[in-house]
Design a protein around this ligand. Structure first.
Ligand code: C2E
Ligand code: CA
Ligand code: CA
Ligand code: CA
Length: 270
């Protein structure tokens, strides 16, 4: 064994140890956040393109770290998914969102909440949702649950069952990040969803990419054919609005139409 090999081995061990420590750190942070109040909800408007009215807001979670910094989900959700804590996180967000919904539904405002792929395997999810709806007094008709297309396609029958359960409670459903998985065209007619959200990567590139135009137009036609409303993500400039309207896409969401803001900023103090 040479000194160089030994150095590499020690380096690899060190790296593995670092990763493990990071995971342990996040399990603990997430655990504390789930007990306490380190998660915060932002909301971003979903805009009806015809008249720019807002019927729904999507709920987007943030995490306050010990130093006070507000972290984007990209920083902590991968760890929550790895540890399985994402299922509790989804429940936490759902419960907090229903409290907000109870407060804003009388103004005709609805909320859209994200569910992770793992929450599709949370056996108690629909019971939890039913209980929380009852306890909060939130109106199920003003709640949309978003599940990602990849999760729905990877485990089609589970996804269908969960979506049916959600709908049986009177809530609506949306298929998120649509178009990335592609195989979804085949399934779309069989999934009980009310909305499909066209993945932002296609929308952002619309003005300068002919392929994206073809894809977005095709998705819009397929959605309409199956009787689902389409929502375009990442509408970050005005030129997109007339294009999307031309394609028959009813709703848009993105920085140009409204950035995510804290709940109190959108709806006033609790
Ligand atoms: P998503 O569900 O696809 O949400 C849309 C993401 O795009 C949000 O990022 C939003 O802030 C961002 N966005 C909105 N408009 C624009 C735009 O015009 N341009 C660009 N570049 N981005 C835009 P965010 O809040 O960082 O969330 C990232 C992802 O984290 C979400 O993607 C969702 O998959 C996940 N996530 C967020 N909140 C939750 C939650 O409560 N539960 C679960 N399971 N996942 C969540
Ligand atoms: Ca979403
Ligand atoms: Ca997306
Ligand atoms: Ca997503």
């Amino acid at each position: 064994e040479t000194g160089v090999q030994r150095w590499h081995l020690l380096h690899a061990l060190d790296h593995a140890k670092g990763e493990l420590q990071e995971r342990v750190y996040w399990v603990e942070q997430l655990h504390q956040a789930l007990q306490g109040d380190a998660f915060e909800l932002m909301v971003q408007p979903i805009v009806r393109l015809r008249d720019r009215s807002v019927r729904h807001y999507e709920v987007l979670v943030r995490m306050r770290d010990p130093s006070g910094e507000l972290l984007l989900p990209g920083r902590f959700i991968p760890f929550a998914e790895h540890s399985g804590q994402i299922v509790q996180l989804d429940r936490w967000v759902l419960r907090a969102a229903l409290k907000v919904l109870r407060r804003v539904q009388s103004q005709g405002i609805g909320l859209a909440v994200n569910l992770s792929g793992q929450s599709l395997h949370d056996d108690g999810l629909t019971t939890f949702l039913a209980d929380e709806l009852r306890a909060s007094g939130a109106d199920p008709e003003h709640l949309i649950l978003e599940i990602t297309e990849t999760a729905a396609v990877t485990d089609f029958s589970t996804a269908r069952g969960v979506l049916e359960g959600i709908r049986a409670l009177g809530c609506q459903t949306a298929l998120d990040d649509f178009g990335v998985g592609f195989s979804s065209f085949h399934y779309l007619g069989q999934l009980p969803v009310d909305y499909i959200k066209i993945d932002g990567s296609f929308i952002r590139s619309l003005p300068h990419n002919e392929d994206s135009r073809i894809i977005v137009r095709a998705i819009a036609d397929i959605a309409a054919g199956f009787g689902k409303a389409a929502i375009a993500e990442f509408v970050d400039q005005e030129v997109l609005v007339p294009m999307l309207r031309d394609y028959g896409i009813a709703y848009g969401q993105g920085y140009h139409l409204g950035r995510p803001v804290p709940v109190e900023e959108a709806f006033g103090p609790a």
